[in-house]
Design a protein around this ligand. Sequence first.
Ligand code: ADP
Ligand code: ADP
Ligand code: ZN
Length: 215
Amino acid sequence: MNIALFGPPGAGKGTQAKELSKHYNIPHISTGDILRANVRDGTELGVKAKEYMDKGELVPDAVLIGLIRNRLTEADCKNGYLLDGYPRTIPQADALADILKEISKPLDAVINIEVSDEELVKRLSGRRSCACGESYHLMFNPPEKEGVCNACGAALYQRDDDKEEVIRQRLTVYNKKTKPLIDYYGNSGLLVNVDGTGSVDSVFVVVCRIMDQYK
Ligand code: ADP
Ligand code: ADP
Ligand code: ZN
């Protein structure tokens, strides 16, 4: 099953992807998580990426294309993959099509999670994240124990780019550079829209109904 989860920052891609990855036993490939791991480890890639991430800008396409090529050719992708946060520009989507052709794993669907801007700002400003990739929300999806990750027990933190100023910038960048992919995948017949405003569990049920078609 070869799926891309698409949607604006805060739509719930990461939250859904974590559960879907377990449910369907396919790897969750989050370019944001990979970049943040590089920032934490202080790699050359991480140092370069951080400048863009802190400002709410996209990291350059060439960096992301190299990164996703390496990741998709790893052995655990043989039965499929779940992309989260890639592609985010038309050049990234074009490069993805080339890579997927080379490895004979074309996309089955691009699932677009739709949420209003007002709700996105609420979700992002209350988000609390864990280095393991889990994310929570102070009100909508709190951890069992305040400030502590359910999955791994580590302390939760607020991402630097989840501050109000940077959130606005990320939404602007989404509208300008990423949203055109809705038409791009709409025209190729791969796009499936999902209402992302329900509870985490209700959105999960709807997404599973779509993904079950590609089992
Ligand atoms: P994305 O990966 O698309 O940026 P996340 O999955 O990190 O989004 O979710 C953004 C924030 O919204 C997190 O704080 C998360 O706990 C919360 N969230 C996710 N899905 C829902 C939902 N269906 N209803 C309310 N809050 C949600
Ligand atoms: P969210 O889904 O909450 O917006 P991500 O964790 O997906 O956040 O991404 C965080 C940041 O990492 C982005 O704002 C951007 O700077 C960078 N990034 C992640 N994926 C990409 C991508 N495909 N292209 C360019 N930059 C990316
Ligand atoms: Zn954790």
